[in-house]
Write a protein that binds this ligand. Structure first.
Ligand code: T46
Length: 136
């Protein structure tokens, strides 16, 4: 079973330019998985939180494309808060990790690269169920 230590910060390259920077993410280069889906969360009202679930099979790279937020990851035994505030740094979240995203700054954009297409059956949205899943 996975642990929070399996979730790693991934440093992405930043191509400097006086006119602005570019960060590039290639399948199977910067990432250990092939990206099948990209989504982003934005226009987040102050005080709102997202997540509050785990995935059975999904790998995701979460990037603060703009602004900042805290990602709380939890493996059922240990919890860790990771502050993301650089568009060239992402957190790889492996399967079997409960996540919550809180403390969004104004204008924050949470960009997510996912290893699978959307599948509601992959979600565990109940914390008690998550703990049971982790203990099986
Ligand atoms: C995660 C965090 C970081 C879709 O129809 N397709 C999609 O690909 C996604 C991601 C969502 N949806 C629908 C399902 C719900 O009706 O959009 C609605 C909101 O989804 P959810 O409540 O799961 O949103 P978040 O922000 O709590 O969670 C999302 C991802 O679902 C999740 O995998 O890790 O962002």
């Amino acid at each position: 079973m996975t642990q929070i230590e399996d979730c790693k910060l991934v440093e992405l390259t930043k191509i400097h330019n006086p006119a602005g920077n570019i960060t590039v993410i290639n399948n199977n280069k910067e990432l250990d998985f092939t990206v099948k889906r990209i989504y982003y969360i934005y226009n987040i009202p102050g005080g709102e939180s997202r997540g509050g679930h785990a995935h059975k099979n999904l790998y995701q790279l979460v990037v603060a494309a703009s602004g900042s937020f805290d990602l709380i990851i939890d493996d059922g035994n240990k919890k860790k808060k990771v502050f993301l505030n650089h568009p060239n740094k992402g957190l790889l979240i492996v399967p079997g990790i409960w996540r919550e995203i809180v403390n969004f700054s104004s204008g924050a954009i949470c960009l997510v690269l996912a290893s699978e297409k959307y599948n509601e059956n992959d979600y565990i949205r109940n914390y008690k169920e998550f703990l049971k899943y982790k203990s099986e």
